[in-house]
Each structure stands twice: as C-alpha cells, then as structure tokens.
Design a protein around this ligand. Sequence first.
Ligand SMILES: [Ca+2]
Ligand SMILES: [Ca+2]
Length: 159
Amino acid sequence: MTEAPHQPYKAAFKVESKPPIPKFQGILIERFRKALKGRGANGIIGLSRQFKIADDNGSGTLDFNEFKKAVHDFGLTLDPQDVQGLFKSMDIDGSGAIDFNEFLRVVVGDMNPFRRNLVERAFRTLDVNLDGRISLEEFSSKYNATNHPDVKSGKKTEQ
Ligand SMILES: [Ca+2]
Ligand SMILES: [Ca+2]
C-alpha cells in the first residue's frame, strides 16, 4: 500500500466538500459526537484529552481495538458492525487507524460557524509544520499543560 497523498493545507477543514456521509453512518457519527459532548469534550482541549485516553499504546493514532474500547468507554452501545462502520467513516484516509486530525474533523463538522472558526484558528496555530494535519506532538508543544488556565486555577491536575 502506498501512503495517502498529502492533502492541500486548506482542505484539512473543508468539511463541506467531503463526499457526503451515508445517512446511516451519519447517525452513528452523530451518536459518537453526543457521547463525546456528554463527557465534556467540547473544545479542542477536551477532545485531545479523550483522544489521549483512548490511545492506549501512545502511538498517536487509534487502531480499531482502541477505538472499539473508546466507543464502549464513551457509553455507546453499538453492534460490532456499527463500530466497524463508524471506524471506517472516521478513518478518512483509509490508513486503518484514526489520527487526531481525523478525530477532530468528525467532531468539528457539527459545530456552529463561530465555534468552528475558533477550532480552525487553533488548528492553524497548532499545525507547526503546515502539512494540514496536527500531530499530538504539535498539540502538546503548544498546549503545555502547566500553562493551561484550568490547571492554573486548580481544576485539573497535570498528567
Ligand atoms: Ca494507538
Ligand atoms: Ca487514518
């Protein structure tokens, strides 16, 4: 298998121009978003935390087993084939794993323009090497946990 071609930078958040998601998978994605929101993963920080928690082996991507476990941890009850379908629709480049970028895209698609704009701005700041993708390393380098307002105010403890 060859590596998927890099998308132009701007395409990273062209949610509208994606091929339409089949209705049934759309419903699954909707449920996944709701489950994430139910865990307080609304902003980019919360999402990255959930992603890191789900990434058991610290590879920076979620393989199918990690994803399956995360879906369960999020409190979603899905048939095995639905978990598979959800995984496939989130794995946009077909690499067999969900990276942080793919994870973000799915959730951002649901946001109102104001919120999406915020995330897009955060995305551009985070995308240090300008390849249109955010790696967890890039994310961590910008969002040093000790500088996060929630940590300073004592709401969170640094991991
Ligand atoms: Ca992993
Ligand atoms: Ca992928």
